[in-house]
Design a protein around this ligand. Structure first.
Ligand SMILES: Cc1cc2nc3c(=O)[nH]c(=O)nc-3n(C[C@H](O)[C@H](O)[C@H](O)COP(=O)(O)O)c2cc1C
Length: 360
């Protein structure tokens, strides 16, 4: 059993690399295409006045961009984490490692996560365990995960759909919020609650905020699709999981709807928009509608298998796109982009919010 998690993490990386965009939703999108930023023909600023600096959890970063948690536990993951971390250090952006479950179960695999801290001594590093594991094993597991990489914060992933369709899944979510509350009281570092690609509703955000999390990372629908990835793994092994995964391929709250839900439900909690963010214009839209930061996972995977320079140039391209969006809307700072609210919601996103605002 001890090799089960590394094997699963290897499968996830290989499926994502082999299928490329094929691991994303086919029908459902992020709905960021239903957010229009209002163009400014006379922005009254010069491009070089635009700053993409942003804050998260009290730290200042060069870009409002988080490298989302992806991997650990295998020799390939060691390389990927090294390349991502070296890039994060250079770019001055935060990075999250993938689920540390393998390292917690087998100390011989800790090096595959610790490489992130070794390669990025100054970077803001985020640990990662599942909220289900936290509920099962208690705060000690969270403390060990933090210690393993000298983490500055800990992300707890909420992956109900994935647990349902994963051949070795644990769809046991009873007492998860209680465990998060206990961890937020005892842990020395702030907690981030994150989904993995099906989004967080306003109601869930309220529960998480009351439980003491400081950041909600929505990881909404429209990007990496875990029903699709686990469907690939379950084929030929577990027909029951296949039949559930097939029906839930388009399940989830689109990223733009999730950001609006969380932003209109909680205060004093920072919001990361993730799930299908693929360029700087989408990031500008997500920030305009209420996010403080954005995150990306899958777009970083391929560059991370090449080297730190490939990761850096991908993030720099993203930065240029974000800056262009800010210039064209006439804002100099990320704070201004957030405050201005110069956007229009269209179509299904507007309809969603009209109906949901009454409930939230
Ligand atoms: C290869 C891969 C592995 C992932 N592993 C983890 C994980 O171990 N823990 C976690 O919280 N999220 C994991 N995720 C989910 C991401 O952190 C992110 O929430 C999700 O992929 C949505 O972002 P994206 O559409 O930009 O990929 C993984 C994503 C990918 C692509």
């Amino acid at each position: 059993m001890s090799d089960e998690t590394p094997a699963r993490k290897r499968d996830h990386i290989n499926i994502c690399l082999d299928l490329g965009p094929g691991v994303e939703y086919s029908e459902k999108t992020t709905w960021l295409e239903y957010v229009e930023l209002v163009h400014s023909a006379a922005p009254e600023i010069d491009l070089d006045e635009v700053s993409t600096e942003a804050r998260l959890l009290g730290r200042r970063f060069k870009l409002p961009l988080l490298i989302e948690g992806m991997t650990g536990g295998t020799s390939e993951a060691h390389e990927i984490n090294r390349n991502l971390a070296e890039a994060a250090e250079k770019l001055e952006i935060p990075m999250e490692v993938g689920s540390q479950r393998a390292g917690l179960a087998d100390p011989g695999l800790e090096y595959t996560y610790r490489i992130a801290r070794e390669s990025a001594p100054k970077a803001f590093l985020i640990g990662n365990i599942s909220a289900v594991q936290l509920a099962k094993e208690g705060v000690a597991a969270a403390e060990k995960a933090v210690e393993m990489i000298e983490a500055d914060a800990l992300a707890l992933h909420l992956n109900a759909l994935q647990e349902l369709v994963q051949p070795e899944g644990s769809p046991f979510f009873r007492n998860v919020v209680k465990a998060i509350r206990e961890a937020s009281e005892k842990l020395q570092v702030p907690l981030i609650a994150k989904e993995v690609g099906t989004g967080i509703s306003g109601e869930t955000a309220k529960m998480l905020a009351e439980a003491g999390v400081k950041v909600i990372d929505v990881a909404g629908a429209g990007g990496t699709n875990w029903a699709r990835i686990e469907l690939e793994r379950a084929k030929g092994i577990d027909p029951e999981k296949v039949s559930v995964a097939e029906v839930f391929l388009e399940w989830g709250i689109p990223t733009a709807a999730s950001v609006l839900e969380v932003a209109s439900s909680v205060q004093g909690v920072e919001i990361v928009a993730s799930g299908g963010i693929r360029n700087g214009l989408q990031a500008a839209k997500a920030i305009a509608i209420g996010a403080d930061f954005v995150g990306m996972a899958r777009p970083f995977l391929k560059p991370a298998t090449i080297g730190p320079e490939a990761v850096v140039s991908f993030a720099e391209r993203f930065g240029h796109q974000l800056k262009a969006a800010m210039f064209l809307t006439g804002v100099k700072t990320i704070e201004e982009l957030k405050k201005r609210r110069r956007y229009v919601l269209l179509g299904p996103l507007l309809e969603w919010m009209r109906q949901r605002l009454r409930a939230l």
